[in-house]
Design a protein around this ligand. Structure first.
Ligand code: ASP
Length: 467
């Protein structure tokens, strides 16, 4: 790090009041690498500019771990500058090279952390996708394929929805018809499993892999999973023979390999771990690393030469997913009926239950022509509504059980089905006919493994595999 830089008085980026006074007192600069001794211990990191929304009584430090902390100025005993480097967070753009003979891959950007870098004005992570930036950041991609890129959206994934699903499906369909060898979709991780299932229903019988990828940590953080996930996803799109909609993300907690998950059986299961995606009710499709693929399943659709993809970009927006909780009042369902909702998916308790006070609302929904489907909030296992008489009552009221379809997948599928037809019998037929493993006949014994740390036999097992 160079230490030739402006004096502290000129490098305080918006700090005011007590915070500015503290920086000046210790001759510290924004962008300086600093060791800050406080009454609560010492912190090391880079002093960030003051965010617009911060008060003037804290200094913000970006720790080596990548996390930002605010340090209250009244706790600071000393700030020692150990280095200085003006930040240039613009990733250099580089034109992607073309190599004859390499597979042609299309990368669609939708936003999310994978397309982000830190905005030091606000301290927030902002979407900033650009194709040249991606290649500048991950040049290994050129060893795998010829990549063309297109930014369709630049949103965090909580903002993805039917409009984006349909636009993405149509764009993917066009690329396939034009002869592309594989598709990668960069996406925020939070709702990636919703989009994956939407694409699995909307883009049927794809002849090439369609791979969604994201990252839990932005690329300016040392522990970022962005590059590795992107390399794995691109390799999958270019070389794998699995012609399905998949999610490619970190497998274990370290960067040994990625996992390929069926788009309709995958779920984000941890808010911050990089190994957050898990296949539910099944085992993942395959493992992927630099050397290639290790299949974990064999019953998947293979890559084909034809271009006979079927695109069905439909979605009825007035569909709701309700997570049942004890003492839920019927007015929740009443309000959906009154607001013109046409479909409701319930994630019920246990084998698929709701309480009795909700029954009259369920009947009203049925009489109003609202399609109601049941899934389980246990995620693993099947709806079994004939085990208890309460379940039978619910079926008699018109609720249709959805086997082991995940609640979010059922929500997406119902939106997709109702987007095509208002005939509830046809909707039911669509819902109960599996398209891409969204329901399966059985769940594998070795799929459901909850490593509950602390329990002696599990600890012994974990020690054996983590030598
Ligand atoms: N909030 C982000 C998103 O889903 C998180 C991520 O990309 O990992 O867009």
């Amino acid at each position: 790090m160079s230490t030739t830089s402006p004096p502290a008085s000129e490098n305080t980026y918006g700090y005011k009041g007590d915070a500015l006074a503290a920086l000046k007192r210790f001759g510290a600069r924004v962008w300086g690498q600093a060791r800050v001794s406080t009454t609560r211990g010492a912190f090391e990191g880079i002093i960030l500019p003051r965010s617009e929304n911060d008060d003037d009584k804290h200094i913000v430090l970006k720790l080596i771990t990548g996390y930002n902390v605010g340090i209250a100025t009244h706790t600071i005993n000393a700030i020692e500058e150990t280095g200085y480097k003006e930040a240039h967070y613009q990733i250099p753009e580089r034109e992607f090279p073309y190599s004859e003979g390499k597979p042609n891959i299309k990368l669609f950007g939708t936003g999310g952390t994978i397309a982000s870098r830190l905005d030091y004005r606000t301290g927030a992570v902002i979407p900033a996708f650009s194709p040249g930036e991606l290649y500048g950041a991950v040049p290994e991609l050129a060893d795998i394929c010829n990549l063309s890129t297109e930014k369709l959206f630049a949103v965090f994934s909580e903002n993805m929805g039917p409009q984006q699903y349909t636009k993405l499906a149509v764009a993917i369909g066009e690329e396939i018809k034009n002869g592309i060898d594989g598709i990668v979709v960069g996406h925020g991780t939070d709702t990636m499993h919703h989009t994956a299932s939407a694409l699995a229903f909307m883009v049927q019988r794809p002849p090439v892999p369609i791979v969604l990828v994201g990252s839990q940590r932005s690329s300016d953080r040392p522990s970022s999973d962005a590059a590795l996930n992107l390399i794995h996803a691109t390799k999958t799109a270019a070389e794998s023979d699995i012609a399905e909609v998949m999610v490619s993300m970190f497998g274990p907690t370290s960067d040994e390999y990625g996992l390929l998950h069926t788009g309709t059986r995958v779920r984000k299961m941890h808010s911050s771990y990089r190994s957050t995606f898990r296949t539910i009710g099944d085992v993942p499709l395959a493992m992927v690393d630099n050397d290639g693929f290790k299949p974990l399943k064999t019953d998947y659709n293979r890559r084909r030469k034809d271009r006979d993809v079927i695109v069905k970009p439909y979605f009825e927006e007035r569909v709701a997913l309700i997570y049942y909780y004890p003492n839920m009042h019927p007015d929740i369902i009443d309000s959906l009926i009154d607001n013109g909702y046409r479909g409701i998916v319930i994630a019920g308790t246990g084998l698929g239950h709701v309480n009795k006070p909700v029954y009259p609302a369920v009947r009203r929904a049925r009489d109003a022509g609202v399609a109601i489907y049941m899934t389980v909030q246990t995620l693993w296992g099947y709806v079994h509504m004939s085990v208890y008489d309460t379940g039978r009552d619910l079926m008699a009221m018109g609720i249709v059980p959805l086997a082991n379809m995940l609640p979010e997948v059922a929500y997406v599928k119902l939106g997709w089905a109702l987007g095509q037809t208002g005939d509830l019998e046809k909707v039911k037929e669509l819902m109960l006919t599996p398209i891409c493993r969204e329901t399966t006949d059985r769940e594998p014994y070795n799929g459901y493994l909850v490593f509950q740390g602390g329990i002696p036999e599990v600890e012994t097992f974990l020690h054996k595999i983590h030598k």
